[in-house]
Design a binder for this molecule. Structure first.
Ligand code: IVH
Length: 667
């Protein structure tokens, strides 16, 4: 290829890849497969290696992280990054509205209500549509240059597309970088395994990840962004905040879907309560809503006072923190033998959910927070989900209390416990420990693995304690009468469980791999393995190099996979499972329930990402499309359904709610 051609192709690949990034990460609506995307990326990487003179820091290949820095440079903000005044009650919002109307000398003001995302504010600067600088808020006047780290967030566009609206010469956009609840729990789960200190909440995780001198670490953290405000903008003007948000969308920014114009206080309050109700379903943490005056000329008239705008206010939710007492500390043993201390709490309602236990993660965490039995503590629900002890209230400590010590022996089987150097976790070394056996079976039977309905914790516990089963393979040789002998188990339910075990003989291969509970092999890696190796024999025979050749599988996972399949005990278990007629099916699922059906999604789903929904549909033999046409069977309407709904109405396509969709999946 001659040089000019190569340069042209490089440019073309860069804009194509950016376009697909936008479809995938911003619109959640990819139009090519991962394989096709990877092929384009490989071609670009090849060209950039061959022609280093075409280098561009904004190239899609650079999203994996540049070289580490020694320190961050300071960045003054041209327009200060203000904070918001808080309102905790409707009364305070009424006062705000009164003030606004009085200062503007008008009776009616239109507001916009958004969600208040719990992350960290950043500023992104674009010159002639090219991303040139990204910074943290800092003290509002001067922040830190975190450009390299922000490049790793795929939802941040590196070049702005016109999208029907000219791109301003200089555009400063502000937004919130955050970590989703699931990503936060996964990250902490991983850190727990590797003995690294845990993040207290998604906000700290996001902020710790952005303030990393090594961008490769940031790249691995699965951060995301919503953009919601402007800094300095030259060469464009907006009459309203809504219009500005629409322009952001057109230019390729990710804008939150929960945005609503409200004309009265009642509308604002209704919306606030609605957002509060669906809070748990939103896949990232929010700590309230933000109310903004819609008209930009009004915003300018109102101005700012003591570092906050007079045209906006945060209407916050009550903190999900409560005080209670640690009544005891139990140590539980998981399927990998990990000993986890669990606080037994005097029951207390946190954000409407009763909490009586909270994980304490490991002994280092307990030591760091100095948590002792009898202490008065503050508990919260981190990531809105998992109860967590935030801190001890010192003043409440009784005179005689002792620091907690982890037991030197496994509390379940009495074997020795080891703490490998550099790890924070103690493990029971006995792989025949009943707690480990139970954990492995429960994991194998769980919804996301073999999905054996009715085989829950209590039943597994009895079956193992009574010696009826010793490992997962025994499930497939289980006798109905032995099962019916268990407590609270009638003939009928025993049969149901036998049927459920039978039905699990045909699950997608990826779920089967995941169910084996191989260390470092989660759902995603299981998907990759199923796709790459196709069947059990090929996977079992795969050597380390072949595993390492799969993108995203690193040495840790590869080593753990080969040693799992080389272990004679595991081989015997697998032989018995397959011998009982278990036939994991590649990419298929029981019954192909959705065969012949095509789904389109509109609006944000509460219970899963759109990507996940798409995957579930495909697993069940169905198809998905990105736009509504006559071929579509159902339009699934999420929280803030968009224009696809009108189209569905015109074409007479059936629309279903998220609940109805979930029912279809469950069949
Ligand atoms: S607007 C001048 N909108 O809340 C107003 N802020 O306490 C600029 N935040 O520093 C901010 N979600 O980090 C705005 N939808 C939203 C927001 C939001 C979260 C954060 C932001 C800001 C802080 C203000």
């Amino acid at each position: 290829m001659v040089k000019e051609e190569a340069q042209k192709r490089t440019e073309q690949l860069r804009s194509e890849l950016e376009y697909h990034n936008h479809r995938y990460y911003v619109l959640d609506d990819p139009s090519i497969t991962d394989g096709e995307y990877d092929a384009l990326m490989r071609e670009l990487t090849g060209l950039e290696a061959e022609y280093p003179e075409f280098a561009d820091p904004n190239s899609p290949t650079r999203r994996v992280g540049a070289a580490p820095l020694d320190e961050f440079q300071s960045v003054p903000h041209k327009v200060p990054m203000l904070s918001l005044q808080n309102a905790m009650t409707e009364e305070e919002v009424r006062d705000f509205d009164k003030r606004v109307r009085k200062l503007l000398g008008t009776d009616s003001v239109e507001y916009v209500m958004e969600v208040k995302i719990d992350g960290l504010a950043v500023e992104l600067v674009y010159v002639n549509g090219v991303f040139t600088l990204g910074s943290t808020r800092g003290d509002g006047y001067v922040g830190e240059d975190v450009t390299q780290n922000l490049r790793t967030i795929r939802a941040i566009p590196m070049r702005l597309t016109g999208g029907g609206r000219p791109v301003p010469e200089r555009l400063e956009v502000r937004g919130e970088v955050y970590m989703g609840k699931k990503e936060f729990l996964d990250l902490n789960g991983h850190r727990e395994l590797t003995g690294e200190p845990l993040f207290a909440n998604p906000r700290n995780a996001a902020s710790g990840s952005i303030r990393q001198l090594d961008p490769k670490i940031t790249a691995g953290r699965k951060l995301n962004i919503f953009c919601y405000a402007a800094g300095q903008v030259s060469g464009a003007a907006f009459q309203t905040h809504m219009e500005f948000l629409e322009a952001l969308r057109k230019w390729g920014f990710r804008v939150n879907p929960y945005i609503k114009a409200c004309n009265t206080l009642d509308e604002l309050f209704d919306r606030y309560h609605y957002i509060h109700r669906i809070r748990e379903e939103i896949p990232y943490e929010i700590d309230g809503t933000v109310i903004k005056v819609n008209r930009t000329d009004y915003q300018a008239d109102l101005g700012t006072v003591s570092r906050s705008p007079r045209w906006a206010i945060a209407f916050k939710f009550e903190a999900q923190e409560e005080q209670t007492v640690i009544e005891g500390i139990e140590v539980s043993v998981g399927r990998t033998g990990a000993l986890t201390p669990v606080a037994i709490l005097r029951p207390v309602a946190v954000g409407g959910v009763e909490v009586s236990r909270a994980t304490l993660h490991n002994e280092d965490e307990i030591g760091r927070k100095d948590i002792r039995v009898g202490d008065a503590v503050i508990v919260t629900r981190a990531g809105d989900v998992i109860p967590e002890v935030v801190r001890v209230i010192d003043a409440g400590r009784p005179g005689r209390s002792f620091p907690f010590r982890m037991p030197p022996q496994c509390p379940v089987c009495g074997e020795d416990v080891v703490r490998p150097p550099g790890e924070a976790i103690r493990r029971c070394v006995n792989i025949s420990c009943p707690a480990q056996i139970k954990g492995r079976i429960e994991h194998f039977a769980s919804k996301r693995a073999m999905d054996i309905d009715g085989l829950g914790t209590k039943l597994v516990e009895q079956l193992v304690d009574k010696g009826v089963i010793r490992d997962v393979s025994d499930l497939y040789y289980l006798d109905k009468h032995a099962l019916a002998d268990m407590e609270r188990m009638a003939e009928r339910s025993a049969q149901n469980i036998i049927d459920a075990i039978d039905a699990s003989k045909r699950r997608p291969f990826a779920r089967f791999i995941y169910g084996l509970g191989i260390r470092h092999v989660g759902e995603h890696i299981s998907d990759l393995l199923a796709e790459r190796f196709g069947d059990m024999d090929t996977l079992m025979a795969a050597e380390t190099e072949m595993l390492l050749a799969v993108p995203e599988i690193g040495p840790e996972a590869a080593g753990s996979i080969t040693s799992f399949f080389h272990d004679p005990k595991n081989r015997e278990t697998l032989r018995r499972i397959l011998g009982a007629g278990v036939e994991p099916e590649f990419r298929e699922s029981g019954g192909k329930k959705l065969e012949g059906l095509t789904f389109v999604f509109t609006g944000a789903l509460g219970s899963m990402s759109r990507d996940e929904a798409r995957k579930r549909v495909e697993e069940l033999g169905g198809k998905t499309a990105s736009s509504v046409s006559k071929k579509v069977s159902y339009v699934v309407t999420g929280g803030e359904a968009g224009s696809k709904l009108d189209k569905a109405g015109q074409l007479g396509i059936k629309t279903i709610t998220e609940q109805e969709f979930l029912k279809l999946l469950a069949g």
